[in-house]
Design a binder for this molecule. Structure first.
Ligand code: HEC
Ligand code: HEC
Length: 355
């Protein structure tokens, strides 16, 4: 170890000499390794924040990714950034049922919250992308979202005053390409961890006063009669990270996972979303069909379509439903709202760096 330090020291010294000779100030590539801190109980259940081998986290990479997440140059007419549809105050979700693209077009799915996404295995409602890096590639060129072309994005960033230097600091090269852009954005997204809700304080940190009796009753229902934790696991993430059919429709209009696999056995399957910060991410479900948590809980209580294709085996099958009483519904909703992490939705480290 010591030997290696000496060797790198020598190389660095000769680089400095070389730079002086040429009278050109190449910034030295010396990124700061970064880790994302999560509570010990999270590590026990789901491990550290997973980091892909080819995209190590650095302070410079995260800062660059944050800047790019809020960068309107990514869209064709420079009016829209990722954050236009993924708003921090809504846990990086869009409060509009369907997001409007740069030219007034609307998609047919609700934007998704970006919360503890580092642990996810599938991205988008139909799970068609397997990594945050892969995911970040798509919205830029999606004609009903940012409607741009990657070569154009790269050209704009390359010609800007500040970006070439920021890419050098993060990746050791000032030659920008789409791979590096998506790597930086993914690094920033992996820092979006949320584990500081009142529920965390109560359940994992032992503060029995952090929840009201009503919220505690709701949690008992969540893991008991209502069986929500069959899929929205109490594994600290509140999702099993799978793609499943929760029985919204007898005849699903949007084929979900089947759109991507072509397999009829995947019809009607959608990503099981996290329920963290669910109180600030309305409207709900892939097509925003429910405006409120009251409507969501009504659905699970008595409106699940038992003959929906590929209905998940973990959907409680009580024939006519689990039929929660009005009081139980109120308690369950109170519990769901206790998963809102105020620190997460106001943390200045995640906000627009230009403000
Ligand atoms: C015009 C609105 C819009 C813009 C701009 C936008 N998104 Fe999205 N985002 C969406 C919608 C809608 C979905 C869900 C689409 C689907 O499932 O087909 C989504 C899904 C995602 C997901 C998947 C989350 C999950 O849990 O699977 C991530 C991550 C994401 N977007 C990140 C980004 C990034 C990074 C950018 C910028 C490069 C961006 N988005 C730009 C609307 C937008
Ligand atoms: C069989 C697995 C399963 C069970 C059990 C389950 N869910 Fe879900 N949940 C899902 C899936 C899948 C989705 C996404 C469905 C879609 O949009 O098509 C979802 C979506 C949701 C959403 C909307 C999330 C968003 O971001 O729009 C809420 C809220 C929710 N579930 C709460 C609950 C509650 C409360 C219970 C218990 C009464 C429950 N779920 C039981 C699988 C399940």
């Amino acid at each position: 170890m010591r030997k290696r330090q000496i060797i790198t020291g020598t190389i660095a010294a000769s680089l400095v000499l070389y730079a002086c000779k040429k009278e050109k100030q190449d910034p030295t590539y010396n990124p700061t390794a970064a880790t994302v801190e999560v509570p010990a109980y999270v590590k026990t259940y789901v491990g550290e924040v997973p980091i892909p081998a080819d995209n190590a986290m650095t302070a410079e990479g995260i800062e660059l990714g944050r800047k790019l997440f809020y960068e309107k140059m990514l869209s064709d007419n420079s009016t829209m950034s990722c954050a236009s549809c993924h708003k921090q105050e809504n846990a990086f979700d869009d409060p509009r049922p369907f997001s409007e693209g740069t030219h007034g077009a609307f998609g047919d799915r609700n934007a998704m919250a970006i919360v503890n996404a580092a642990w996810d295995k599938h991205f988008f409602w139909d799970g068609r992308r397997a990594s945050l890096e892969g995911q970040a590639h798509d919205p830029v060129s999606n004609p009903i979202e940012m409607a741009n072309k990657w070569p154009e994005v790269v050209k704009r960033l390359q010609n800007s005053e500040e970006y070439p230097d920021l890419f050098f600091k993060a990746f050791g090269t000032s030659t920008i390409d789409s791979t590096l852009v998506t790597k930086a954005i993914a690094q920033f997204e992996r820092t979006l961890v949320s584990f500081n809700s009142p529920f965390d304080k109560y359940y994992y940190k032992g503060d029995s006063a952090a929840l009201t009796q009503q919220e505690k009753n709701g949690f008992m229902l969540f893991t008991g009669k209502a069986m929500c934790n069959n899929c929205h696991l109490t594994n600290t993430l509140f999702t099993d990270r799978e793609i499943k059919n929760n029985g919204l429709d007898e005849n699903p209009k949007d084929p979900g996972l089947m759109k991507f696999t072509g397999n009829a056995a995947d019809r009607g399957k959608f990503k099981v979303p996290t329920l963290r910060n669910i109180g600030v991410t309305a409207p709900y479900m892939h097509d925003s069909r429910f405006a409120t948590l009251e409507e969501v809980v009504d659905f699970y209580s008595s409106k699940v379509k038992q003959n929906s294709p590929n209905l998940d085996e973990h959907m409680p099958d009580f024939g006519s439903g689990i039929n929660l009483t009005q009081q139980e519904k109120t308690e369950l909703i109170a519990f769901l709202k206790s998963l809102t992490d105020k620190e997460f939705i106001t943390n200045p480290k995640f906000s627009d760096p230009n403000n």
